[in-house]
Structure formats: C-alpha cells, structure tokens
Design a protein around this ligand. Structure first.
Ligand SMILES: [Zn+2]
Length: 68
C-alpha cells in the first residue's frame, strides 16, 4: 500500500451559498483548476473564471492523502 497525494476542491468551498455538492479531485492543482473551470462553465454558466474566483479556488484547494 502506498500513500498518494491528491488535490481536492469542493464547489461549496468556493461558493458556500451556491449549495452545490460538486467535488473534484486530481493529481495536480492545475488539473483541479481546469476541472473546476469546466464545472463552472457547465453547471454555473460561467464562461470564464474571473481572477478573484481563480484566487478563491486556489486558496480552497486542499491536499488529501489517499492510500492506493
Ligand atoms: Zn458547482
């Protein structure tokens, strides 16, 4: 068994008022950002990620350790 670190982000962490339970997990923060932008576009009709939201996303990304 080996421990692997993932980056994790919940939509709620960025927008608690949104009530969206979407969570994303990826190996890198960049990948999380990409998936979060995709989710914003598809689920929240955000055509682009404004800098203040991008900053919020970055600070909300958590590192989790998963045993694989
Ligand atoms: Zn969402």
């Amino acid at each position: 068994m080996a421990a692997k670190q993932y980056k994790k982000l919940g939509c709620m962490d960025v927008n608690p008022a949104g009530g969206c339970a979407f969570e994303v997990q990826a190996e890198t923060a960049d990948e999380v950002m990409r998936l979060a932008a995709d989710h914003g576009k598809n689920a929240h009709k955000m055509t682009s990620v404004p800098p203040e939201i991008a900053a919020k996303i970055k600070s909300a990304i958590k590192t989790v350790t998963v045993n694989v």
